[in-house]
Design a protein around this ligand. Structure first.
Ligand code: ATP
Ligand code: LTN
Length: 334
């Protein structure tokens, strides 16, 4: 984060809750890199959010370090952008409590992610799952964030964060910046390879997603088996041809070629050709990033030191906002 010329502030977060997949990479990380120069950025590994579903401690620890390496391998610069772990900055949990007192049960009950996850984890519908969006609002509001790049699934949470900020400011003026979401249309939603009506998700089967660390043969195999449909027409139509449209979207993002052009070029060639091109484009896009990732994972001391330093940078910024909120609320500060 540059000291000399303040730029608008960008915040985003990814959970270390499983294998990072192509949806996370195309929908989030890759966009972060494209935006990094225009903003002062914070990219958080939101490990506290991950606790809303049961995690195996050793896996959570490993996935946290992997996610740090992925951010850096994706091209983000940890000497400029603040790449850090949410739990290393206690102000997140502190502000979340305050914001809980400014959020209505009714609002949280309407969150579709809560409804989906509650259905999926019926044996563990915990209060953290319910108040998840409040912690997310705290993440964002702590840093006077201007813009929050996310996938389309997070739109409702961003709107809630804005509502909470406005409600708080209406009572205690000037504490929070009201953030804007940034959801690039083309990369907003990468769908599952096996159920193209659903988004690609960490918590689904291995064959439904391309994992960030999949090898080229694995990537080719999964895309070859991706669900399409029974006619052979290569056309972008999310409603009637979700599987084919998903592959077209992935190919277009990875290769930089427009969807219309791809459709013209592949006309009459069948799904085999589309799948082959898509697989090769994904392999080519991920290869250099994967190579940097593996090198970084061999230097755990560097990753640990980077996370430590960056948590300190984040704490300094977060404390300013938290202090302001405490003071305005009338919490006695000797
Ligand atoms: P889960 O699938 O278990 O709900 P997730 O992958 O959605 O997890 P996160 O790790 O918090 O959850 O997501 C990180 C970022 O990736 C967010 O900005 C999210 O919007 C984006 N993202 C997740 N899945 C997709 C997808 N299929 N397509 C595009 N963006 C996605
Ligand atoms: N809820 C998000 C992850 C997340 C986040 C954030 C994203 C937590 N805090 C702050 C942007 C800003 C998700 O599930 N994808």
């Amino acid at each position: 984060m540059s000291q000399t010329e303040p730029k608008p502030i960008l915040f985003s977060g990814i959970q270390p809750s499983g294998h990072i997949h192509l949806g996370n990479y195309i929908g989030a990380m890759r966009n972060f890199k494209l935006l990094e120069d225009q903003y002062d950025c914070l990219f958080s590994i939101v490990d506290l959010h991950a606790l809303t579903v049961r995690q195996e401690p050793a896996s959570l620890r490993r996935q946290t370090l992997e996610l740090a390496a992925m951010y850096i391998a994706a091209g983000l610069n940890p000497a400029e952008s603040i790449i850090y772990c949410q739990s290393h900055v206690p102000q997140h949990a502190e502000l979340a409590w305050i914001l809980n007192c400014f959020t209505y049960m009714g609002e949280l009950s309407r969150m579709t992610q809560f409804k989906d996850k509650a259905k999926k984890h019926q044996d563990n519908i915990n209060a953290g799952l319910f108040t998840y969006p409040v912690l997310m609002a705290a993440d964002i509001l702590l840093y006077q964030t201007d813009v929050v790049p996310v996938g389309a699934d997070q739109k409702q949470h961003i709107e809630l964060a804005r509502d909470i900020a406005q409600r708080f400011n209406a009572i205690h003026p000037g504490v929070f910046k009201v953030p804007e979401g940034y959801i690039p249309r083309q990369t907003a939603k990468i769908m599952s390879l096996t159920e193209p009506g659903k988004k690609m998700s960490k918590s689904d089967s291995d064959d439904s997603m391309i994992s960030f660390t999949d090898t080229p043969p694995e990537i080719r195999r999964k895309i070859k088996r991706a669900v399409t449909d029974s006619d052979a027409e290569i056309r972008f139509d999310r409603r009637n041809k979700p599987g084919v449209s998903n592959l077209l979207g992935i190919l277009s993002v990875c290769s930089g070629e427009k969807v219309d052009k791809i459709c013209q070029r592949l006309e009459g060639k069948g799904y085999g050709a589309l799948k082959e091109e898509t697989a090769e484009a994904v392999v080519a896009m991920l290869a250099p990033v994967q190579e940097r990732f593996h090198t970084l994972m061999e230097d755990k001391a560097y990753l640990a030191e980077t996370l430590r330093n960056n948590a300190q940078r984040a704490q300094k910024l977060a404390q300013r906002t938290l202090q302001k909120a405490y003071k305005k609320l009338g919490l006695y500060q000797p």
